[in-house]
Design a protein around this ligand. Structure first.
Ligand SMILES: NC(=O)c1ccc[n+]([C@@H]2O[C@H](COP(=O)([O-])OP(=O)(O)OC[C@H]3O[C@@H](n4cnc5c(N)ncnc54)[C@H](OP(=O)(O)O)[C@@H]3O)[C@@H](O)[C@H]2O)c1
Length: 334
């Protein structure tokens, strides 16, 4: 896929979050041998250095792989960042610039292909300015964001000199994110899917997707698995995919998606499964720091868009934190 600045990025790659240490090197090398060239890591995954060492040990040229990493707010504070009331305990330990350089050091590289801001925290525009500096110096080939909705992108573009090249967020047949995908495309931003198959806080893939009868039926018509059908459905929507696995047969399965095409009817059938619910990374609560006009975005006014845990916080606490309180919100789960 050609990004909005001309950089070419593989449209399918390997996510590396939670690949066990003992399987890490083998997984990277096996994936490379199978044809994977895109590796998605992050400072927060604590495996940037493992990618560098695996590539180095096996004599793989830096130019032969495309590495994405991400800037995390935890990297700026001793013991990690605590939101809201706990902010008194946020003791800075690095500048944003130093945090970016930390990823360079971990990855043992003098350039990074794609650097994302991991989440739209209140200071994400400040982080963006630092990424822009590295980008202009030619040390990062493309910069982007993650977990951003339309208002986060709009607020960023108000202060940005560089339009993000990529937005990585949760997309699956049960959460098609059509509006956000279309919005990204309209701005020239490449959408990238994460956590399509993962189950929140569980190592098992989501059975409601893997065993979905519609996906299984489409898969059997093409001689493909449900996972391959879902990945293909995203490729055909112009989305970059980075499924994570350390199982050899699944690695091969996940990249064997370029030899079949879904018909427009099949594409439509899959898109119709949408329930609009985030399973893992719901970005709707991320409104602090957004200018008022963007907080007024209609998507923020619907309690259905918020995760259940959001309503477990007492209303007084949310008011204090500047978070939204609705008249018609669901009862907290005790
Ligand atoms: N920007 C962010 O905030 C963010 C957040 C989360 C993830 N990410 C990135 O996105 C990548 C992908 O997301 P993710 O790791 O959360 O979830 P994912 O890759 O969508 O799903 C991982 C799950 O799917 C299973 N799986 C993979 N291929 C399969 C296949 N062919 N058949 C059956 N099951 C299969 C894996 O099982 P096994 O592990 O057992 O093989 C695992 O349980 C991450 O690795 C990370 O790089 C970014």
């Amino acid at each position: 896929m050609t990004l909005n600045n001309g950089v070419v990025m593989p449209q399918a790659g390997l996510g590396t979050f939670l690949i066990p240490k003992e399987h890490f090197e083998r997984t990277i090398i096996t994936a490379y041998d199978m044809g994977y060239r895109l590796f998605d890591t992050a400072w927060r995954y604590h495996n940037e250095a493992d990618i560098a060492s695996a590539l180095k040990k096996h004599g793989i040229n830096r130019q032969d792989v495309f590495i994405t990493t991400k800037l995390h707010i935890d990297s700026l504070y001793r013991g990690g960042y605590k939101e809201g009331l706990k902010k008194i305990t946020n003791i800075p330990c690095r500048t944003i610039e130093e945090a970016v350089l930390d990823s360079f050091k971990n990855l043992e590289t003098d350039y990074i292909d794609l650097f994302l801001i991991h989440f739209p925290w209140p200071m994400y525009t400040k982080m963006w300015k630092v990424l822009e500096k590295f980008y202009k110096e030619g040390r990062i080939r493309a910069i982007g964001v993650s977990n951003c909705l339309q208002p986060h992108i709009d607020a960023l573009c108000d202060v940005a000199e560089v339009v993000p090249a990529v937005n990585q967020f949760e997309i699956s047949p049960l959460n098609t994110q059509e509006a956000n995908v279309q919005y990204c495309h309209s701005k020239g931003i490449a959408p990238e899917a994460m956590s399509t198959f993962s189950h929140h806080r569980s190592p098992e893939p989501r059975p409601e997707i893997i065993n979905h009868p519609v996906l299984m039926q489409i898969g059997s018509a093409h001689g493909k698995s449900t996972v391959q059908v879902v990945l293909r459905w995203m490729l055909q929507r112009g989305i970059i995919v980075i499924p994570k696995t350390w199982d050899e047969s699944k690695l091969l399965e996940n990249i064997s998606i370029f030899d079949f095409t879904l018909s427009p009817e099949e594409m439509q059938q899959i898109s119709a499964l949408d329930q609009g619910v985030f399973l893992n990374y719901n970005p709707y609560p991320a409104q602090r720091g957004l200018p008022k006009k963007y907080q007024a975005w209609e998507g923020f006014s619907d309690p259905k868009n918020y995760p259940a845990w959001y309503f477990n916080r007492p209303k007084w606490m949310r008011r204090l934190l500047g978070q939204r309180v609705f008249d018609n919100e669901p009862a907290p789960k005790r």
